[in-house]
Design a protein around this ligand. Structure first.
Ligand SMILES: Cc1cc2nc3c(=O)[nH]c(=O)nc-3n(C[C@H](O)[C@H](O)[C@H](O)COP(=O)(O)O)c2cc1C
Length: 188
């Protein structure tokens, strides 16, 4: 069974991106995949600083995050959009993981990635995914599937059970997850 790691690019309580991440994890579990939902709140990291890395090495939490990725064949990132880009929390985690030599292996080359965005605005946060995709693909050589979701009006897009209300959004997400499951593991 393909295993997919799922996390959001926000640790705010009630985060819309965390709602999407939780929904994705539940959907994956109903499909032909296992999922692990984590929160970056449990992997707190200082802002990357070359001096800090030189003096203290890569933080344990970055190594733990890297190990989490390596234990999965796919990674789903649900992100908010900050000023048409990705949030610093997410970029910082991506950067620290890229500096970790341990555990051995390169999760960016071994995992297949899929991206989703949420915003209460009408663009659904998709502009932030340009930069996230660029960093993963061009910066780190990752395979990021072309299908992506952007949930506009996300403040009212989920029902009381946390499921996506809109049928169109449900269909786009299902197709994306089917592709992710099909592609995950092809690199390992
Ligand atoms: C610094 C900052 C920049 C933001 N820029 C955007 C933006 O460019 N586009 C957008 O749709 N929302 C933007 N927002 C609003 C966020 O989408 C909103 O706060 C969202 O709820 C944050 O994601 P979360 O719910 O997953 O925590 C911004 C919020 C912050 C704090």
């Amino acid at each position: 069974m393909k295993k997919i790691l799922v996390f959001a690019g926000s640790i705010r309580s009630g985060a819309l991106s965390a709602k999407l991440a939780a929904h994705v994890a539940r959907e994956l579990s109903l499909m032909d995949a296992g999922s692990t939902l984590i929160s970056l709140a449990d992997y707190e990291l200082p802002i990357y600083n070359g001096d800090l890395e030189k003096e203290e090495g890569v933080p344990e939490n970055a190594k733990k995050l890297k190990a989490q990725m390596l234990a999965h064949q796919g990674v789903y990132i649900a992100s908010p959009e900050y000023n048409a880009s990705m949030p610093p929390l997410l970029k910082n985690a991506i950067d620290w993981i890229s500096r970790a030599k341990e555990p051995a292996g390169n999760p960016y080359k071994q995992c297949t990635f899929a991206l989703g965005a949420t915003s209460d605005g009408r663009f659904g946060g998709y502009r932030g995914l340009y930069h996230l995709r660029q960093s993963l693909e061009l910066g780190l050589g990752a395979l990021v599937i072309p299908e992506q979701v952007a949930i506009a009006g996300a403040g009212s897009a989920f029902d009381e059970r946390g499921a996506l209300k809109d049928e169109g959004n449900q269909k786009i997400l299902k197709a994306q997850l089917e592709k992710l499951i099909a592609m995950a593991g092809v690199l390992v």
